[in-house]
Every structure is written in structure tokens, then in C-alpha cells.
Design a protein around this ligand. Sequence first.
Ligand SMILES: NC(=O)C1=CN([C@@H]2O[C@H](COP(=O)(O)OP(=O)(O)OC[C@H]3O[C@@H](n4cnc5c(N)ncnc54)[C@H](O)[C@@H]3O)[C@@H](O)[C@H]2O)C=CC1
Ligand SMILES: O=C(CO)COP(=O)(O)O
Length: 336
Amino acid sequence: MNVTVLGTGGWGLTLGQVLNDNGHKVSFWTFSQAEVNLLSTEHQYKDKLPGVIFPDSFTYTTDMNKALEGAELVLIVVPSQVMGNVCKTFAKWNPQGKIPTVVCATKGILEGTDQRMSEVILENVPWLDSDHVVTLSGPTHAEEVSRRVYTAIIAACPNEESAKQVQKIFSNDYIRIYTSTDQIGTELCGSVKNVIAIASGILYGIGAGDNTRAALITRGQAEICRLGRALGANPSTFAGLAGMGDLIVTCLSQHSRNRYVGECIGKGETLSQVMSHMKMIAEGVPTCKSAKALADSVHVELPIVNAVYEVLFNDKKPAEVIQELMNRDLKPEAEY
Ligand SMILES: NC(=O)C1=CN([C@@H]2O[C@H](COP(=O)(O)OP(=O)(O)OC[C@H]3O[C@@H](n4cnc5c(N)ncnc54)[C@H](O)[C@@H]3O)[C@@H](O)[C@H]2O)C=CC1
Ligand SMILES: O=C(CO)COP(=O)(O)O
């Protein structure tokens, strides 16, 4: 198949490598001429994935129409906050009557509109329909998948046949794809877990113990379930790869950028100080605002998300919000 990847961050390049391993022809679009120059000459992105050499057959361009020539599958992996603009350009491409499957591997919610990524894509690409937009999500750090570490994830689409098509295209002997028709739950889990991972990082930063982190992950999961249920997700998704699986890896992995942001803050940096030295995307930062707004809109309580919000955007100290969380009204565990 001819596949076009929109986005040359660590995850787009890594998924391109998976598809190349599976025998597909991969072309990339990026907004950045500097990235085109770097990747075309060095065939690697040392700042993001040191030691990983990409195939010579990969092509890179800033001309989206050129990248999309003959595309049978389009994979979008750009930061969530630029998804709308990228899709506006993508919408101008003429697929000549044959609508390609569009796979989205971005995790996040658009600040301001609080839309999930499939909603942003469908709103901005009028010739697409929901049967052709598949979400790829689960516990996957590019640092590991690019080295072909065994990994399992979810392809979610309301149309099961499209999810199955993506399952077949991406699966191989080191990456196993399961299907789901719960795109709402898959997208919410993949987005909100990044906020909980920031909280996990804060715990690392202040030197909290394993008990505390286990409590955070479990109660963070309760918040994701509560919000997801209120927004129409299938509860079984929360216990799966896109739910608990991704929450665990992002809260605990040394590779997680969201955990890293939290860790720096736990050690005393402000959000703007952390952002000034981050080379990559930490989606939990904008998603924290949207998760809070979505929860408010459906009258669901998310105490951990709110605590992260206070630390990130209102300069509250981690110790202060942890005390507030610990001293909330006592209640039964299963109340969600
Ligand atoms: N890196 C990982 O391990 C994983 C990342 N993801 C998700 O994939 C998405 C992309 O993340 P990464 O590939 O890690 O990105 P990254 O953090 O490696 O790099 C961001 C990339 O975004 C692109 N970009 C920046 N500004 C842009 C703009 N204005 N317009 C268009 N493109 C722009 C650039 O090509 C840049 O390389 C995020 O939503 C992330 O949560 C999901 C699973 C794993
Ligand atoms: O989504 C991810 C892992 O599944 C990537 O998490 P980070 O963006 O925190 O590195």
C-alpha cells in the first residue's frame, strides 16, 4: 500500500517504520523544512530517537499534496493543538473519488473546543466520514517500538471493518493490534491519562513512595472512568490497553514526556521553565484544561485533574494540592 504520514515527530516516524517493515511504501509530510533537510540527509532524528536509522526509501516533503500523491492510507500524527490547521490543508487534497482510511495516532483534546481528535478531523475534512477515521492508541513509547520491542495496542473505529483493516495493516511479529468500536473511550483514555502521568511525575519529583503512585494510578483510573462514562464511552475500554495499559506505561515509564514535565515541576520548576527546555510534545498540558472543561460540562468531579490544573496554571504547590486531595470527604471506593 502507499501510505502517507502527516507528522515527522518520534511517533509518526516510528509508525512509518512499522509500516515499512510490513512492506508498505511510506511518504512523510512535515510543516518544517528543517525536518525535511535533516531526515533526508541523515535518515535519523537524533534528538528524538537516537540510534534509530530510518529506511532510505522514506521520502519527506513540506508539500502536502505531493506527499499525498497516490495515498491509499493516511496516518495523522501531529500535535493535537495543530490538528485543525493540518486538517484544513489535508481537506484540500482531492482523493479522486476513493476515500482513504485515515488513521489518527495523536493523543489529546483540542483546547477551546474540547473536541476529541476524530471530531476535529471530521469537522475539518468535509469529504471524510466517521467510517473512515480510525484511532490508534495504547501503551506505546516510540523509543521502544522503533527498536521493535513487543507491543500491543488498539485500532478503534465505530465501523468494525475499518478497525480490522487497520489491525491487519499494522500488525506484525512485534506489534499486535486489537480492534475496538469504542472510539470515544479510546480517545478519552489516551488523552486524560497524560494528565494523570503529569501527576505521577510530580510524585517522582517530590520523592513520593510506591504506595502513593499506586494510589494515584488507581484513583486516576477512577477519574477517567467517571468522565468516560458521562461522555458515552464503553466502560470495558477503561480496563484495556488504551485505558489501564496506557495509564500504567505513561505514569511509570522513563520515556514519558508527560511524566517528565511533572517530575520537573515536582522538583520546583514552573511550567514555563519546563516548556522552555522541552524538545517534544507533552499533550497532558493542554489536555488538562480540556479535561477539566469537559468534566465541568457534564458535572463530573475530577479531583486529580483539578489538582494538576491548579499546579500547572495557578502556581499552587504540589504539597498543598496533595494535602487537599488527602483531606477530601471520606467515601466508599466504588463511588463512580
Ligand atoms: N512519542 C511517542 O512515544 C508517542 C506519541 N504519541 C502521540 O503522537 C503525537 C505526536 O507526538 P510525537 O510524534 O511524539 O511528536 P514529537 O514530540 O516527537 O514532535 C512533535 C512534531 O510535531 C510536528 N509539529 C510541531 N509543530 C507543528 C505545526 N505547527 N504543524 C504541524 N506539525 C507540527 C513536528 O514535526 C515535530 O517533530 C502526540 O499526540 C503524542 O501524544 C502517541 C503515542 C506514542
Ligand atoms: O502516549 C504515550 C505512551 O503510550 C506517550 O506518552 P508521553 O507523551 O508522555 O511520552
